[in-house]
Design a protein. Structure first.
Length: 294
């Protein structure tokens, strides 16, 4: 399938210049008007950057390592703010009904995050992952989640990714928007690659940010419960609670490979060169340096 033949209008709309799922876009006013509470914690990411991993870690921190309290599906424990569907995921409604302290997930850039979170000085964690591994993971996400049009071949999809012609728009703008907030004391920026390299260190960092005293025993429990294999097998975190007609995990599992550097299996030399050149242009003047291998 040629990438030019995608029919984006069937599944997507445009919100503030960004491609968005049609169902979500229909109720965007509710998202923008969302009322934060001062003790809300926001987990923000560009899709496929480790949202679910960090969400499970944070919930374990909040529940002080009590696995029994983390048995419900992750999208019930940590609602997806802008999500709207006939099914269980209706972020605004879930959050309104939830008692404090709430943890929520969003894929919005810092510019598109509802203003109330900034006004209430809520704590926010942004998880960032190198763009090449995100592109690979996003490609598989397109294939497994039925709401997406056929992404065509991987190189065709990468063109769309570079152009920001995917839900949540440009990775470059998204990442830059949050990097600009790095000096805000309420914002913690984490990197998927750092989590892969030294998970204990990163868990302790999250605990400190949340004002919790890290104990080695609790860190052990969290690291075990949120390991790739545990999360892959855990029905509360692996999205198998979502019907196959919505997420077909036979095509690709939601918790897929969990490595850094998978892009090397997908980018040809020519595509890699093209991507690097485009990356340089898009990230010009930005001090953020991401690792594409560890
Ligand atoms: P891959 O597709 O590269 O495997 P998100 O939750 O933001 O959608 O991110 C999904 C990505 O995070 C997937 O990447 C998934 O495998 C990875 N992931 C999820 N849980 C993980 C874990 N415990 N350890 C490492 N990677 C994990």
């Amino acid at each position: 399938m040629d990438s030019s033949s995608y029919d984006y209008s069937e599944n997507f709309s445009i919100v503030h210049g960004m491609i968005m799922y049609k169902e979500f876009a229909k109720y965007w006013d509710d998202v923008e008007a969302f009322q934060a509470r001062p003790d809300d914690l926001v987990i923000a990411t560009y899709p496929r950057s480790g949202t679910t991993w960090v969400s499970e870690i944070i919930d374990m921190i909040y529940k002080e390592g009590d696995v029994e309290k983390c048995k419900d599906a992750i999208f019930n424990r940590i609602p997806y703010l802008e999500s709207r569907s006939e099914g269980p995921m209706n972020g605004v409604k879930q959050l309104k009904e939830m008692s404090s302290p709430r943890i929520l997930k969003t894929h919005l850039s810092s510019e598109h995050l509802p203003i109330s979170f900034w006004e209430k000085n809520c704590k926010m964690i942004y998880v960032c992952r190198n763009a090449k591994d995100v592109a690979v993971s996003y490609y598989y996400f397109f294939l497994m989640v039925s709401i997406h049009p056929n992404p065509g071949s991987f190189p065709e999809f990468v063109e769309k990714f570079m152009d920001g012609q995917v839900p949540y728009g440009s990775w470059y703008q998204h990442t830059r928007s949050w990097w600009e907030k790095r000096k805000n004391p309420h914002v913690l920026i984490l990197f998927y690659e750092d989590l892969k390299e030294d998970i204990r260190k990163e868990v302790k960092k999250m605990m400190q940010f949340l004002g919790r005293k890290p104990s080695e025993e609790l860190v052990d429990k969290i690291v075990h419960h949120t390991s790739f294999q545990e999360m892959k097998n855990n029905p509360a975190s692996n999205y198998t609670a979502i019907p196959e007609k919505v997420i077909n995990q036979k095509v690709s599992p939601f918790i897929r490979k969990g490595i850094t550097g998978d892009w090397k299996n997908y980018f040809t030399v020519a595509l890699n060169e093209r991507f690097d050149m485009h990356y340089e242009q898009q990230m010009k003047g930005c001090t953020l340096k991401l690792r594409t291998e560890i």
